[in-house]
Every structure is written in structure tokens, then in C-alpha cells.
Design a protein around this ligand. Sequence first.
Ligand code: VGL
Ligand code: ZN
Length: 202
Amino acid sequence: MRQALIVIDVQKDFCPGGALAVPEGDAIVPGINNLMAKADAVILTQDWHPAEHSSFASSHAGKSPYDRVEMPYGSQVLWPDHCIQGSVGAQFHPDLQTDKADLVIRKGYNPAIDSYSAFFENDHATPTGLEGYLRTRGIDEVTLVGLALDFCVNFSAVDAAKLGFCVTVREDLCRAIDLDGSLAAARAGMETAGVTLEQGHG
Ligand code: VGL
Ligand code: ZN
């Protein structure tokens, strides 16, 4: 088995003080750094939105952050402006060992479609290219860590399992937003998809 570590969106905007801060988002960085040495491949994802992205509440008249809207691809939570391409908030957490990454995959750059998953945009059809990268590197097992457990980690883990990878989520190296029961729903969805939820000590 060849195993990849996929580090989801450990960026300043998802850490305390950021535009879409996940509680304790920064606490997972040392443990993630420790896991990097054990992986056959290290992949980082970077949420990377153009200004005025359609997932931003500010792009919808009369809407507030955390409201929902219907998009052509389904229901979409509206977020505060975050991870704008080239902004400070879109940078990785300064302590994350980005030098150890084989690949950085950016997502959310299509103005009309959000992209929680590292594999597909939120239409569940447009690929990011990560599947092909992993397959051509001979990877069959992936471990996911990062932010946020109930959104981008969840969507990435479920897609990876559907694609046939053996998937583990290290919950101790993730933190959640937990919006209206989203964390419980994410855990249930991941378990149904066959994802192993592991509570390590990192
Ligand atoms: C994320 C909301 C919006 C995430 C990204 O990384 O979980 N959540 N964009
Ligand atoms: Zn985003």
C-alpha cells in the first residue's frame, strides 16, 4: 500500500484571527507536521477564491454569512469573504511545513461553483485533477487532516472513499465549524461512505 497524507486548507483565514476562523484551527499544526515524514506523498490543499466568489454572502444582495442559497448544483452555505487569491488570509499557517509538500492543489477558483472537496467541485462532477495525480503515483490509501472537519475534510473523505481509496480521517488533527448539526451529519456521512474515523494522539 502506498499512502498519501492530504492536508486540507490549513490556512490563516481558517485559524483564530482569520476571516472564517475555525475554533482551535491552529492547534493541529504540530501534529500534522509530525505525520508528514511517515507519508509516501504529502498533498496540501489551498482554498483559493477569486474576489466576489459566489460562495460569499457579500456577493448576494440581502444575504448574511451562514445563510443558505440554492445554486444550480444544490444548496450552498454563504460564507464571509475568505481565502481570496493572493491575500494574506489565503496563506498557509506559518508553522505548517509546506516545504515537505509534493503537491499543492488549489480549489474554489471557479467563480460560479464552490469546491469543498479536494477531488471535485461542489457540482460533484468537475474534477480538480487530484485523483489522477494519486493514481499515477501509485497511491491507494489516503489519510486526511485539516480544516474544516465538517466541510472540506468531510467532502474530500467521502469523495476519496467513493473513488475507491482506503480512507482514514485523523479526527484529532482536524477541527470543525459545526453549523446547525453539520459535524454530526458529517461523521454519519463519512461512516456510511466507509471512511475510518480515527482518534489518534497527535
Ligand atoms: C471551507 C467553508 C468555505 C473548508 C472552505 O475548508 O472547510 N469551509 N470554504
Ligand atoms: Zn472557501
